[in-house]
Design a protein around this ligand. Structure first.
Ligand code: HEC
Length: 174
């Protein structure tokens, strides 16, 4: 009897450890939605747990970008398969400034935008590649949903048609 009790105790402790190892960030995102396609900021509320696929720097906008993928998209990226339904790709853009204590280095300062693409064959059946687009721009600490429509997103992402309308490739890590 005692033995069983200890086995149960040990396994529940192990289970608890496993749980705490899986640290996930829960963030409260603004309650905003795109006026044209009704995509909400909330659809990516767990984006801080997404994995980095790539980083880009827009020289004309002096903006550093990180591209993050949810588990579905990250798996496809790593296996070299097409991004399936349910894929979410997030882009975060920061302005950059010289590091105060090391002028030759630039560091990310303020987040200027968070935008994403979501692949949904039902909701975006009519969009190329079935991608839906959302952009939330940050000014003076407040986010605002992009109100100029998503036609321009779609037409520029057409440049990447051969890559399923996605520009980002997996950035080599070694
Ligand atoms: C004039 C061209 C252009 C327009 C307009 C545009 N994008 Fe992009 N987008 C790019 C390029 C180039 C990249 C890759 C480089 C980078 O990270 O900026 C990109 C990357 C992305 C990514 C990361 C996945 C990928 O394709 O690499 C997302 C998400 C994204 N854009 C969302 C949007 C949304 C949302 C809009 C509209 C509100 C939009 N884009 C409008 C050119 C454009």
């Amino acid at each position: 009897m005692k033995k069983i009790f200890f086995i149960l105790l040990a396994s529940s402790l192990l289970f608890a450890c496993k749980q705490t190892n899986e640290y996930r960030v829960i963030s409260k995102v603004p309650d905003l939605e795109m006026p044209n396609n009704h995509l909400k900021f909330k659809e990516i509320e767990d984006y801080k747990n997404y994995k980095i696929v790539s980083s880009h720097f827009r020289t004309d906008k002096n903006e550093l970008r990180y591209i993050l993928a949810n588990d579905i998209a990250f798996k496809a990226y790593n296996e070299g398969t097409a991004l399936p339904n349910g894929s979410k790709i997030v882009k975060i853009g920061w302005n950059v400034e010289k590091m105060s204590n090391f002028q030759a280095a630039l560091e990310a300062k303020k987040v200027q935008r968070i935008e994403y693409m979501i692949k949904d064959t039902k909701r975006f059946a009519k969009n190329p590649g079935n991608w839906g687009y959302a952009r939330f721009v940050k000014k003076e600490k407040k986010y605002k949903a992009w109100d100029k429509g998503t036609e321009s997103c779609i037409s520029c992402h057409n440049i990447a048609q051969k890559n399923n309308y996605v520009f980002t490739k997996l950035q080599p890590l070694f």
